[in-house]
Structures are given as C-alpha cells and as structure tokens.
Design a protein. Structure first.
Length: 304
C-alpha cells in the first residue's frame, strides 16, 4: 500500500454536477422518444440498440446505488405531466424501474406547479437545492417535466483532524493568492501520476471504501485549463485500475514507497510524494461497485 500525506485540501465549497443525473434523465427521455429523436439520443448517449438492455442496466444501476451502506446516497426521479395526458403503459413500467414517480400538474398555474416541483427537489436533496425551476420556466405549452435528484453525504474513511486545519494560501493562475482553511493528513492512500495530463491523481475513500473522491491536480498552478481541454483522455475508473496495478507491482517487488503530500521525510524511510492541492483542480466522486461517476467538479477559486 502507498503511504500518502494529503496536505492543503481546501474546505471551501466546490462547484459540481452529476453525470449520473444527466444520464438517467436523458435515458428517460430516450424511452419516451421515437423515430429520429430516439436514434439521436441512442447515438449521443452511446446506448445499445436493444432498449431492453438499457432498461435493465439503468434499472439495476439505480437500485444498486440506492443500496449503498456507510454513506447517505439517495437517487430519485420524478415525471410531472400535464393534466389530461396519459403515459403509455410501457413507458410507465420503465419509469417505475428508474424509481420515477408520475404526478399530473396544471402547468397553466405556473407558480403553483413551479412550487410543487421545487419543493420536491428541495426535499430530495435535503434542502441543498432550492428554486431550480425559475419564474416563467413553465407555461400553458409545457407538457412534461422530468426531474432527477441525487444527494450524497459521506464521512472520510481516514478522518482529517480539525487540529491540523489551518489557514494557508491557495494559488490562482493570475499569480495572486487567497488564504483559506486547508486540511492536512498523513496516511496511506492510492496515488498515480497521470503524465498524459501533466497531473497527479489521489484517491480519498469515504467510509466503507465503496465511494471514493479522486482529485486530479495539475502539476502547474495554471494547468487547469489544459487539463479540462483534454479530459476526454481521462477515465476515472481507468486511473483507479492504474493505481491498483502500481500497488500490486510494488508489493511483488517488496518495495513500498511513500506517497506524501508534505515536503519532508515520509513514514517508512522513503522520500514522500507530495500532493499539495493548493491551486485549481478537478475532482470526481465515483462508486467502485458499479464503476459509476456520481459527481464531477472543479475548484477554480475557493471564494466562488
């Protein structure tokens, strides 16, 4: 196992999105579409031509994710349909498998419909997301609204100590710095150099080690733009495999290096590898059991 010293991880809030949410909502749209629209969605989402395969796959995925232990992971879908319209039996069966309830609304009463949808989203995200449906979004021409909500809350498998959290500079590409609270830990973590993106990758497991945060840190302070332009060359789960193969190889060689985020001597007598997240980076939260990216995000400025 690699020993990693994780230093200077900002505790400020990051901006992020959920690839899983997008996938599930667009899959629901796909099952309700036909003709050229269905074909374009199939190509765009890289879905198999057999709809049953997609139906069974996403059905199983949603249920397995909702069975997560040790962390709080809630995934919910909802279809809001205009009064007077009916959903075909086949589509309703698919929606049920996606854990998508159906509710009819009078979109002509836009404010009440907006409140109903926003209240559901706020409830499913434990108050984190509010008023996502803005004013004038709904009107008499609205026929259907499909919503996905995903909520995740987990404790670190290796807990950061409050005593080691201290203000430190976060370096911006402009050459300026911002002082923010930084967390610090010295322990064993999985690590890999992602040379094709000139970056370091570190995996921070959550309690239970089924879900993990992968931080992809450019080696240059101003490297985030290059990194994001080339993210099509990055697969978080492939990097996890690379970490595993490195660990196995090192074990076989009976040589376990230190992976450390602090400059200085590491545990075990080997020089540490420094992982110092004190400048813009991207991150991913992945589910190891289903090989799914739950969230992806970036921290460009701690004050954002």
């Amino acid at each position: 196992m690699w020993q990693t010293l994780v230093k200077n991880i900002p505790t400020k809030r990051e901006s992020l999105f959920s690839p899983l949410s997008i996938q599930v909502v667009l899959a629901l749209v796909y099952f309700g579409a036909k003709g050229n629209t269905a074909k374009e969605l199939e190509r765009g989402l890289h879905l198999p031509s057999d709809k049953m395969v997609t139906d069974n796959g996403i059905n199983a995925l949603v249920h397995r994710l909702n069975e997560s232990e040790n962390v709080l992971l809630d995934i919910a879908n909802k279809i809001y349909l205009l009064h007077g319209f009916e959903i075909k039996k086949e589509f309703r069966q698919t929606a049920d498998g996606f854990l998508a309830g159906v509710e009819q609304l009078n979109f002509g009463d836009s404010e009440q419909s907006r409140k109903t949808i926003n209240d559901w989203i706020e409830d499913k995200t434990h108050g984190r997301i509010k008023d996502i449906i803005g004013k004038d979004t709904l009107d008499t021409y609205t026929l259907m609204v499909i919503v996905n909500a995903i909520y995740f809350k987990g404790e670190w498998h290796r807990v950061f100590s409050e005593d080691t959290t201290k203000p430190a500079p976060f370096h911006l590409p402009s050459g300026t710095t911002e002082d923010v609270d930084m967390m610090f830990i010295e322990d064993y973590f999985s690590y890999a150099d992602v040379n094709e993106l000139n970056s370091q990758a570190l995996m921070l497991p959550y309690k239970g080690c089924r879900q993990n945060m992968i931080i992809l840190l450019p080696k240059k302070v101003d490297g985030l733009q290059y990194l994001e332009r080339n993210l099509d060359r990055f697969d978080p789960m492939e990097v996890v495999k690379r970490m595993t193969s490195i660990l196995t190889g090192m074990k076989n060689a009976k040589f376990i290096p230190d992976v450390s985020v602090l400059v200085g001597g590491g545990l075990g007598g080997f020089p540490p590898i420094v992982f110092k997240a004190d400048h813009p980076y991207t991150f991913f939260i992945v589910d190891d059991f289903t090989k799914t990216v739950l969230f992806a995000g970036r921290l460009a400025s701690p004050s954002m």
